[in-house]
Design a protein around this ligand. Structure first.
Ligand SMILES: [Zn+2]
Ligand SMILES: [Zn+2]
Length: 161
């Protein structure tokens, strides 16, 4: 899952191996049984790595989540393999998603694509960062606020005989 710059040093050096082992132990299926809190799957999430996610149809990329959000805590009890949908929802409560996606975009731009970083490129299930929409220029003083031609009421309606 995306790693915030300020948290990078909190991950153990062998985190990629730990994360990979967790995914293998989960048989490459999301192991979330509701920890994500999104409430869209009963029991264990059906999403499998590389297959279409339920609901969205986007390709599932498994990640490894820390239940307590402490990156240095890699005890098996604290780790749950999650699809990106579950992981994003799990992290959302901690206000991490926006920063994580920014970080992921930065890393992608830098070409630093590692195995886990590929997960960062997965489409979020919901747009987190809306692109900035340029504001329309403010009308100059005295300029009409409308662009349509107002109806011309200066002439009386034509009288039919
Ligand atoms: Zn899931
Ligand atoms: Zn879940």
């Amino acid at each position: 899952m995306p790693i915030r710059p300020e948290n990078k040093d909190r991950y153990p050096a062998d985190w990629p191996a730990i994360s990979l082992a967790a995914k293998e132990a989960a048989h490459w299926r999301c192991a979330c049984t509701g920890q994500c809190g999104r409430g869209t799957h009963d029991g264990r999430c059906p999403n499998r790595h590389g297959q279409a996610a339920y609901g969205t149809g986007t390709t599932v990329i498994l990640t490894t989540a820390h239940l307590n959000h402490q990156p240095e805590d890699v005890r098996p009890d604290n780790l749950v393999v999650m699809c990106q949908g579950c992981h994003l929802h799990h992290d959302r409560a901690h206000h991490r998603v926006t920063a994580a996606l920014t970080r992921a975009a930065d890393r992608a731009a830098a070409g630093q694509l590692a195995l886990d970083a590929v997960a960062d490129l997965a489409e979020p299930t919901e747009p987190v960062m809306a692109p900035a929409v340029p504001a329309a220029p403010a009308p100059a003083p005295g300029e009409p606020l409308f662009l349509f031609t107002p109806p011309d009421n200066t002439q009386p309606p034509e009288v039919r005989s």
